[in-house]
Design a protein around this ligand. Structure first.
Ligand SMILES: [Zn+2]
Length: 199
């Protein structure tokens, strides 16, 4: 019979901690807005970039399709251009939660109305994807002079629609697929006007 002998504890692999990653997991004081942020914070654009009017939100329930309208989730420009608030997620290496970029995408009037009709119940006539153009630039990091085509995927249960960049080789599509480093995430946050003080 084989006798099993105790062979000692196997040392666990030592991994150096990435200080940027640790920072993004902790509470940090923002050098720009002077507030405390808790871990990785999502960033949201208040309106589509082409919206040049007052950014005070009207209630979603007041939605009109003519003229100009802006609420938390809907935007209509000149009665001709239709936008919805969505989220584009980017994984960060070493973090469990994805980073969410709250941003706006165009929709055709037909799909916009479909979205508005199902908004309260979080149930839609079809589950997309609907075609859209991303209308907020992630300044300095994924700045692109050309408009970026996205799939707008409506979500059940009143979650905001998720966006996926259509062009597979676009840096933003690669970031969505493969994730970015904590360092790159920090650069992005700083470009959006938030970042921990440099120690
Ligand atoms: Zn801040």
């Amino acid at each position: 019979m084989i006798r099993w002998i105790f062979a000692g504890r196997r040392p666990s692999p030592v991994t150096a901690k990435d200080p940027t990653l640790e920072l993004l997991k902790s509470d940090w004081r923002c050098s720009s807005c002077d507030e405390w942020h808790h871990g990785l914070m999502d960033i949201a654009a208040q309106s589509p970039d082409p919206w040049s009017y007052d950014r005070t939100y009207e209630p979603n329930s007041a939605l009109r399709l003519d003229g100009n309208f802006l609420s938390e989730d809907f935007c209509v420009l000149d009665g001709k251009y239709f936008f919805v608030r969505a989220v584009l997620e980017i994984p960060v290496h070493g973090l469990d939660n994805e980073w969410g970029f709250g941003c706006w995408s165009t929709l055709s009037q037909t799909n916009f109305e479909k979205y508005a009709d199902g908004f309260d119940d979080g149930m839609f006539e079809d589950d997309g994807p609907w075609f859209g153009w991303l209308t907020n630039q992630l300044k300095f990091y994924f700045e692109d002079p050309d408009p970026i085509a996205v799939d707008v995927v409506p979500q059940l249960g009143r979650q905001r629609p998720r966006l996926f960049v259509q062009e597979e080789d676009h840096p933003l599509a690669i970031a969505q697929r493969d994730g970015i480093s904590a360092e790159a995430m920090l650069t992005l946050l700083r470009a959006c006007g938030h970042g921990p003080a440099i120690q």
